[in-house]
Design a protein around this ligand. Structure first.
Ligand code: MN
Length: 423
């Protein structure tokens, strides 16, 4: 009997951290979470390299030598980190956790190092299936502190093992998949602020993987998310779940960090035909609005260009020298680095500056422009454009008028505009 995975994953920067050093990959045969660490912005690089290297294994595993191939690939990822450290001593100390499972339709081959975790919900029973490589876990194992004390221990994030060290000893184990199993892989940004009991409850009550992922990330954010939060859920199912695009997110989805011979990111960006079909269908619409159509064609051309550049091995460097104003996930007018297009379902844009001005406050024309992305030649241009668009002054014509503050002169309000803004 061959089983399948239905999966969803989100990597969120959290509330406090400036960047995201976590990485995640989910595909039909391979799921992995990595949590990078190290100063000089090296943690994101470490997790990005490792995920981009090991995600190559998202293919049906070989009948024999699965464990060897998994170990070899992890060792190769580790060597890639060590090479970077050798080239740049400032990066000494960079490293990453890795919790990854390679699925053959029946068995999971798991590799684990660090304090990212794998859990399993089976028939209502919730179980952690990895053992943290942490100092506090060692104290627990030795009976010197309790598991509850470990959760509040000041040294709780001190790792005993991680990739990036000169000698690494990941733990390997195999697990049999059973239909109905729900697996959770996560970084400590989830397990820090959210209790095991709440995690178990979310896994049990969510109908789908994405519902569970959103619930858990939401809970971590509500709890203040002091660290990057990465959550991956994979359900073991009997029926074919249909076409699912691979997911790559967090630092590993940042093209700047994925520059390597082994990176899977460019392949993912090239390979997914679903988005191309969608674009083609949109272009084939009978009577698209003129302006929209122009934008759509332009985007399609740009997306093709990016794919060509990627195919030529040029990476996404040039994309990263461009900026545009658009709308953030939380609905605010924001500056992005990159291009306002998706390449095969992957966004070629990175949030740079988020304003506190909701895009809904903008007049309709500006909202349309924001949806398309207002391009800028430099970060300075983008910043001044952002300042202009979001200026709170009553005279800012890009925004809907201020709400009347209760005084009687309502006849100065433009009658055509239903909406108004508070400030
Ligand atoms: Mn972390």
């Amino acid at each position: 009997m061959s089983l399948h995975l239905r999966y969803a994953a989100i990597s969120d920067r959290g509330v406090v951290r400036q960047g995201n050093q976590d990485s995640v990959y989910a595909g039909s045969h391979f799921i992995a979470v990595a949590d990078g660490m190290g100063g000089m912005a090296a943690g994101d690089l470490a997790s990005a390299i490792v995920i981009n290297t090991v995600a190559r294994l998202d293919v049906p595993p070989p009948e024999e030598s699965v464990a060897d191939e998994l170990a070899d690939t992890v060792a190769e990822a580790n060597r890639a980190i060590r090479r970077l450290v050798a080239d740049d001593p400032d990066k000494e100390g960079m490293g990453t956790t890795l919790t990854a499972l390679w699925f053959d339709g029946e068995w999971f081959n798991m590799v684990h190092i660090g304090d990212s975790r794998a859990y399993r919900m089976r028939d209502g029973a919730f179980e952690q299936i990895t053992v943290d490589d942490t100092y506090v876990q060692m104290l627990v194992d030795e009976g010197r502190i309790t598991a509850e004390e470990a959760e509040r221990h000041p040294q709780r994030s001190l790792l005993l093992r991680a990739l990036g060290a000169s000698e690494v000893e990941p733990a390997f184990q195999t697990l049999k998949g059973v239909p109905g199993d729900r697996l959770l892989l996560c970084s400590d940004g989830l397990t820090g602020p959210v209790s095991d009991a709440d995690i178990a409850l979310a896994l049990q009550s969510a109908a789908t993987p994405i519902e569970a992922v959103e619930s858990l990330v939401g809970q971590a954010l509500e709890a203040g998310a002091p660290d990057n939060v990465t959550v991956l859920i994979a359900d073991v199912v009997e029926g074919d779940p249909g076409e699912q695009a691979p997911i790559i997110a967090g630092a590993a989805a940042d093209a700047r960090l994925a520059e390597s011979d082994t990176a899977v990111l460019p392949a993912i960006k090239r390979g997914d035909p679903a988005e191309a079909d969608e674009e083609a269908e949109s272009d084939g619409e009978a009577e698209p609005k003129g302006k929209r159509r122009g934008g759509r064609v332009w985007r399609t051309v740009l997306a093709c260009l990016i794919v060509l550049v990627l195919a030529a091995g040029g990476g996404l460097w040039w994309v990263r020298t461009h900026y545009f104003i658009g709308v953030s996930d939380s609905g605010n007018i924001s500056v992005f680095r990159g291009m306002p297009v998706e390449v095969a379902g992957v966004e070629a844009a990175w949030l740079e500056i988020e304003s506190s001005r909701a895009a809904e406050d903008a007049v309709d024309d500006v909202q349309d422009d924001l949806d398309e992305g207002i391009t800028a030649d430099s970060i300075e241009d983008a910043e001044s454009e952002l300042a202009e668009l979001t200026d709170a002054a009553a005279t800012n014509e890009h925004l809907v008028p201020l709400c009347s503050s209760g005084d009687s002169s309502t006849d100065t309000q433009p009658a055509a505009t239903a909406d108004c803004r508070e400030s």
